[in-house]
Design a protein around this ligand. Structure first.
Ligand code: SF4
Length: 413
């Protein structure tokens, strides 16, 4: 039965997992590999299809970027606890290229013992030998872009893999000794039936991966899917169906022993994504590669979103950075609200006072009164933290927008 109408009220107790949204002081390293076999219909990440010939020069540029960043005192002094290869499709790298990057990262930066080293992989792009070699190169966590276990849905999304590829890849990854596997799934696809989503979740759970990410599809302007919807070739799912699937996901995965530790993420005990937690707990992170974002605690910047320009700048011995901005106190407060509310433990009231010297409940009393009351409260207070309720989880973006609006009103008053 789909329990989509289950609501969590402000006073309902729903113990959050033991995942803290308070940084342990270590940093995260992200490496963006923008290359893909083919572009998926819904994708708006910075990716380039069918340009594999550029990968060797791109890898050499990443190594140069590491050397340049390691020359900066801030990054040289950091202890990194995670390294994440994201994309794009990092599994298009050869094991030698991946090995080169991991060795360069270890030579240029200081890593903690037992660092989490993750790689995103497309089930259609790996072989048994590659997975053995990736594990030997140091990969200890693999995040598979599965999206669906329904052949028709995979086709509509323009994914290059089949359901059989998923089973094969998981088995090969286990045999390669990778003990921490995650699958990415997507719901609220146009025309998706709840029963098909349920089968996808059942099949994912049957694989016994340590981690599951379940994202609701966002139709981004400019994507092929966006134009298909504009032309009336397909219709987005209703909000009611999306909400039903979201609630079903939470209840189903909880029943299978996965703790819901972030809006879209579920893990067996101890297997939350340490890398993604670094973004949500406000840690510093260094992003390398075209379009990658960085944050050093005071400033944010990103790299150019063009792999040709990125390679050219690095070949000339320059960083390819753009869009640097200071994160002032007002932005820092909003970011802490957005990021810590996403995590199920929520925003720690004591931590807020420690960081900003103010009382959160007092500072945002009008908006909290609004969001914590009414027939379907979106926020609740529990164990010294402000947390999203079940309804608030579904409406997370709109809750955050209301804090932005509140802050603009206070600033102009
Ligand atoms: S494989 Fe991933 S990054 Fe590449 S086009 Fe598809 S969704 Fe985008």
């Amino acid at each position: 039965m789909i329990s989509g109408d289950k609501q969590q009220g402000a006073t309902h107790r729903d113990d959050p997992p033991a995942v803290s949204a308070v940084s342990d002081g270590t940093a995260a390293l992200y490496i963006h590999i923008p290359f893909c076999e083919k572009r998926c219909s819904y994708c708006d990440f910075y990716t380039v299809a069918d340009r594999h010939e550029a990968i060797p020069a791109y890898v050499a540029s990443l190594v140069r970027e590491m050397e340049l960043c390691a020359g900066q005192p801030f990054w040289r002094q950091q202890q990194f606890s995670t390294l994440f290869f994201g994309g794009g499709t990092p599994s298009l790298l050869t094991p030698d290229q991946l090995h080169t990057l991991i060795v360069a990262a270890r030579e240029n930066f200081t890593f903690c013992d037992q660092a989490e080293i993750s790689m995103e992989a497309n089930p259609g792009t790996t072989s048994a030998q590659h997975l053995v070699d990736f594990a030997r190169a140091g990969i200890n966590r693999l995040s598979l872009g599965v999206q669906s276990f329904d052949a028709d849905e995979l086709k509509k999304l323009d994914r290059i893999h089949t359901v059989q590829d998923v089973y094969r890849t998981v088995e090969q990854a286990r045999r390669a000794g990778i003990g921490n596997l995650s699958v990415d799934l997507m719901f609220a696809l146009p025309g998706q039936r709840p029963s098909v989503w349920r089968r996808t979740l059942e099949q994912a759970v049957a694989l016994e991966t340590e981690h599951i990410s379940a994202y609701n599809l966002t139709v981004e302007p400019g994507t092929p899917l966006f134009f298909q919807i504009q032309k009336g070739e397909t219709r987005p799912l209703s909000e009611w169906k999306e909400r039903t699937m979201f609630n079903f996901t939470i209840d189903f995965l909880a029943g299978q022993g996965y703790s819901h530790y972030e809006v879209s993420n579920y893990a067996r005990p101890g297997f939350h994504s340490r890398h993604n937690m670094k973004y949500w707990d406000g840690s510093a992170y260094l992003g390398l590669g075209a379009s990658a974002h960085s944050f050093d605690g005071q400033r944010r910047w990103r790299n150019v979103e063009n792999y040709v320009h990125y390679i050219r700048d690095l070949e000339q011995g320059q960083l390819a950075r753009t869009g640097e901005e200071e994160v002032d106190m007002a932005k820092r407060k909003l970011e802490m609200i957005f990021l810590s509310l996403r995590v199920r433990t929520g925003l720690s009231l004591a931590r807020w006072t420690e960081l900003f010297g103010t009382e959160f409940r007092q500072e945002y009393r009008d908006i909290l009164r609004l969001l914590m009351n009414g027939p379907k409260p979106l926020l609740c207070e529990q164990d010294g933290c402000i947390r999203l309720t079940r309804e608030g989880l579904f409406l997370c973006d709109s809750v955050c927008e209301q804090f932005v609006a509140e802050q603009s009103i206070s600033a102009s008053a």
